[in-house]
Design a protein. Structure first.
Lengths: 263, 338, 268
């Protein structure tokens, strides 16, 4: 574990050097991400200027859920973005060979190689929204809420990452699976709003099938209402650990099926 | 050291009829075909040996290498290297091998070459002192000094290949796999690389397994070759054996004093040969005769020729490895499974 | 026309070959429409009014899905295609081919589009109309508006195509277009009214945006489909579209000629 952290730091340092070669590009990207989020929030503002609340949720509560959803998404984006490349081209081009001829875990290697700095845009907006809405709502914060908050964010991140690992691994059989990752990943937007606005089918789907509801609404609702900690936080932990186990299993099976590419 | 036993690898390949119609058909009824890329190959390699893998395109060379390096999982059969099975406990195994794929680089594209080595040092856990020694050695053999501070994307192909070989040797592997290490390089660079490989083999006793299309690589580097075709092994042995066994074809070249004398040479009838055993070509007065030295001795051939015609110049060429292999690829020579 | 049919065919083959990718991608993208559908449903449940800033619930649904359809069909890969060719130097090959550079791209992309149109156009329009019928109890489909929409959609696509081609030439100056591309998407989605309907924006901003080329890309065709515009307004808007199309074609030609000069003097 210590070696992994050390290696990770070295990879990040290398990646940053790499990035400096493309400073302008990366800055434009990060600013654009930010801008996109600001526009989305402005839209929410317009909607709430016309209605008192959204079936019982007031504007600041929605902002809290929205902001919370950006935290695990941003961390996943920051640390585990290279999984997209696995599904889009690393396997198809046969470049995965490289990861298999190194004396470190292939999953770890592929993940650690990239460090997606533009995610700081998402993280910043998420944090600002959470802090702003907590102040506006005058939420009382008890001491144990802070570790619980961290636990919730960490395990919520694991849900994102596990879904990406599992869908990226499909490429070992089909050569390319970026579009499958995309399809599953896009489901995460459902978690930005209270699940109570959806019909029963969608609610069941994002709770039990692809548990994105645990990446934002459930944990966030606990911090907003203080109700149901076992389901809201415990559920996040259980769902993410189960998903992670399954995805690593698929990954390892996938490596056995890897066919490389003709030389 | 390396034991390979009845190794097989099958791939599924979707067959698609051409054109838009075929594409739409494949959409509803995919048609799969099983391709035996490697079809029961066995061999073994001793420590310190340099083994050349040859065969036509698509013969399965790279597939074998990829199974030996743990990248592909065999459909059946086993390979064991240094007591490791590559697919099991991969991380431990790959510490003992170095791999270079000629058409693909393992270097960090946008960074100075030096950076690649310092990352690899960490990945392979090479201690500082050893790292310095290794770098000094590799520098000497592969002459990296001139470009070690340049970004990899600016290196020439020859420099990149040297850098890649150095990268694969940083952790002092026991076995080095080279997949087409001289592809696309000019003659001088090829020579450099061959010398370096030889030196590494001699000084470190590194076992080297290489695939190539360049037969000069084989002649200059390998004590032994394994030839495969259509996934099967067709030859395994010393190059000299190959020459001895299949190199019976000789080339006799000479220049006639008058071109009209050519008709006096009736090899087929006078020496009692069949058309398969001899082939005569001429361009005006210069003649070349390719003959099977098992059917007619060199001595008989020479004395018959000299007795019939007057020649200005005469030479006899040894069996050419390239010619043998060309004939093998074309299946003109049949070999029993060794 | 005959010169370009192989390009169209190649484009069609390509998109059939990647049909699985296409469907997965589509499902991923259309998901956001459904999310917004539920959000709007909740909005209308939370207000006593029948309308929201002049839109009824079924207007909103039509707006969502037709905007998605329009955005999808007017999407052009021109930027990426040009940038790739500039980077690997194959743009020079365009100069020695006996056809104009933009037409080759255009017809290849059209081949791609034909398949996509077949797959999503009818289902989406039918779905939207069925929904409107069920909710309002009467068929709301208007043939005239629909046909005008199709014309406006084609204009929108062409504007988008030439805009993207021009944008792609930035690759001559930037090492990587990743960031610039995201910026383009965000800004266009905002300015064209795809993210927030222009009607919801402050009056002054909305009227400025209405006269910029971006509203021609999405908002104009969608409003025509929904029958929000009067006859005179439709005429004005479509004239604007034609105007902007001419401007975009002109710009792309100027840039291309500039690029040819640059290629000739610098050798790529």
């Amino acid at each position: 574990m210590k070696r992994m952290l050390r290696l990770h730091r070295i990879f990040v340092a290398q990646y940053m050097k790499n990035l400096m070669e493309y400073k302008v590009d990366f800055l434009t990207g990060a600013v654009s991400f930010l801008l996109g989020q600001v526009i989305q929030i402005a839209f929410l503002g317009i909607i709430f200027s016309q209605i008192p609340n959204l079936i019982g949720w007031e504007f600041n509560e929605i902002l809290f859920i929205y902001g919370f959803s950006l935290l695990p998404k941003g961390i996943d984006h920051l640390l585990f973005d290279n999984l997209w490349s696995v599904g889009y081209f690393i396997v198809r081009k046969g470049d995965f060979d490289k990861y298999l001829t190194r004396p470190i875990n292939s999953l770890f290697y592929v993940i650690a190689e990239k460090f997606c700095v533009d995610a700081f845009g998402e993280l910043a907006i998420g944090l600002i929204l959470v802090v702003y809405s907590v102040i506006q709502l005058k939420l009382t914060i008890t001491w144990y809420m802070i570790p619980l908050f961290i636990v919730a964010v960490v395990f919520a991140t694991l849900i994102y990452t596990s879904i990406k690992i599992a869908t990226a691994a499909i490429a070992f059989w089909t050569k390319a699976s970026g579009h499958i990752t995309h399809m599953f990943y896009m489901t995460n937007d459902f978690s930005k709003y209270p699940t109570t606005i959806y019909n029963k089918f969608v609610r069941t789907f994002i709770t039990y099938i692809i548990p994105f509801a645990f990446t934002a609404f459930y944990p966030a609702s606990y911090f907003l209402t203080g109700e149901n900690p076992l389901f809201c936080i415990g559920g996040t932990v259980v769902a993410s650990v189960l998903l992670f186990i399954v995805s690593v299993w698929i990954w390892n099976r996938g490596i056995k099926a890897y066919e490389s590419a003709g030389s | 050291m390396i034991y390979v036993n009845d190794l097989r690898k099958e791939f599924k390949k979707a067959i698609k009829e051409p054109g838009l119609k075929g594409s739409i058909k494949a959409l509803f009824k995919p048609n799969n075909e099983i391709i035996k890329a490697v079809d029961g190959i066995s061999f073994h390699v001793d420590k310190g040996e340099m083994l050349g893998f040859i065969g036509p395109n698509g013969a399965g060379k790279s597939t074998v290498i990829k199974m030996l390096t743990g990248i592909l999982t065999p459909t059946s059969g086993t390979c064991e290297i240094n007591g490791h099975i590559p697919q099991e406990n991969r991380q431990k195994y790959v510490k003992e091998i170095g791999v270079v794929f000629g058409q693909r680089t393992q270097l960090w594209w946008d960074l100075a070459l030096r950076e690649t080595y310092s990352v690899l040092k960490e990945i392979y856990d090479v201690p500082d002192k050893e790292f310095k020694q290794r770098m000094a050695f590799l520098n000497e053999v592969l002459e990296l000094e001139d470009f070690i501070s340049s970004p990899v994307r600016t290196l020439s192909l020859g420099q990149r290949m040297r850098a890649d070989i150095a990268a694969s040797l940083l952790h002092n592997p026991k076995v080095l796999f080279l997949d087409e290490p001289t592809i696309g390089l000019d003659v001088v660079v090829k020579d450099n690389i061959r010398n370096a490989i030889q030196k590494i083999n001699a000084e470190e006793g590194t076992t080297v397994i290489l695939t190539t299309h360049d037969l000069a690589d084989i002649e200059l580097l390998c004590n032994r070759i394994v030839m495969i075709d259509k996934g099967k092994k067709v030859f395994d042995g010393q190059i000299n054996d190959l020459k001895r066994e299949f190199g019976q074809m000789r080339d006799l070249g000479f220049e006639l004093q008058s071109a009209g004398d050519l008709s006096k040479l009736q090899y087929l009838s006078d020496l009692n040969l069949s058309a398969d055993d001899i082939e005569l070509k001429n361009e005006g007065a210069s003649v070349s005769v390719r003959f099977d030295s098992n059917k007619v001795s060199v001595e008989d051939m020479l004395s018959y020729t000299l007795s019939k015609v007057h020649v200005k110049d005469i030479n006899l060429k040894d069996a050419d490895i390239e010619e043998i292999i060309r004939r093998l690829y074309r299946r003109e020579v049949s070999i029993d499974e060794v | 026309m005959r010169t370009y049919s192989p390009f169209t065919r190649a484009g069609m083959l390509e998109s059939v070959a990647y049909r699985a990718n296409f469907f997965c991608f589509l499902i991923g993208e259309i998901m956001s429409c459904f999310i917004m559908f539920f959000v709007w449903k909740a909005v209308f449940m939370s207000t006593d009014s029948e309308t929201f800033m002049g839109f009824t619930m079924e207007d909103m649904v039509v707006y969502l899905f037709i905007t998605f359809l329009t955005g999808y069909l007017t999407y052009s890969d021109g930027t990426y295609a040009i940038a790739t060719e500039i980077r690997d130097g194959s743009i020079a090959m365009r100069m020695i081919k006996p056809c104009s550079f933009d037409m080759c791209f255009l017809f290849q992309e059209l081949g791609n589009k034909i398949i996509n149109v077949l797959c999503i156009f009818a289902p989406l329009v039918l779905g939207v109309e069925a929904y409107r019928w069920i909710i309002t109890g009467a068929c709301q489909f208007d043939v005239v508006h629909f046909l005008l929409y199709v014309v406006s959609l084609v204009l929108a696509y062409l504007i988008s195509f030439y805009f993207n081609v021009s944008y792609g030439f930035m690759a001559f100056y930037l090492k990587n277009l990743w960031g610039a591309d995201i910026l383009k998407e965000v800004i266009i989605n905002f300015l064209s009214g795809a993210t927030i309907p222009l009607a919801f924006m402050p009056k002054a901003l909305a009227s400025v945006l209405n006269f910029l080329p971006f509203s021609s890309l999405s908002y104009t065709p969608v409003m025509i489909y929904m029958g929000m515009y009067s006859g005179a307004e439709i005429a004005l808007r479509m004239t604007m579209q034609v105007f902007w199309l001419c401007v975009m074609i002109l710009i792309s030609k100027v840039i291309w000629n500039h690029a040819v000069k640059r290629l000739c003097s610098q050798g790529g």
